[in-house]
Write a protein that binds this ligand. Structure first.
Ligand SMILES: [Zn+2]
Length: 92
C-alpha cells in the first residue's frame, strides 16, 4: 500500500453521514441508471414483481432486474447490481 493510500483510506463508517441521506429519502424518487441499457429514471417507474420475501424491480425498457429487495427475519437486504448508479436530490 502506498503511503498516500494509508493517509486517505478510512473504513465505511466514514461515509455513514453521506449515505444516510440516500437511505433517508423517498425511495420512489431515487433516480437509477439501468446497468442493462442505460435507461435513466425514478425507482417508482420500474416494474415491480413480488416475491415471497421481497420484490424485484425491473427496467421497463430492457427487463433487467435493476433492484432486488427482501427480508428474512430481522434482516433486510438490497441487491442493486442491476443499477450503474443511484442518485437523490438533497434538500437544503
Ligand atoms: Zn434497462
Amino acid at each position: 500500500m502506498a503511503e498516500h493510500e494509508r493517509d486517505t483510506r478510512l473504513d465505511g463508517n466514514a461515509a455513514a453521514g453521506l449515505l444516510s441521506t440516500v437511505f433517508r429519502c423517498e425511495p420512489s424518487e431515487v433516480m437509477l441508471i439501468c446497468a442493462g441499457c442505460g435507461a435513466d429514471g425514478p425507482m417508482g417507474a420500474l416494474l415491480a414483481y413480488g416475491m415471497e420475501m421481497g420484490a424485484v424491480l425491473r427496467c421497463p425498457v430492457c427487463d433487467t432486474a435493476v433492484l432486488r429487495a427482501g427480508s428474512a427475519g430481522a434482516m433486510l437486504w438490497l441487491d442493486v447490481r442491476g443499477a450503474v448508479s443511484m442518485r437523490v436530490t438533497i434538500e437544503h
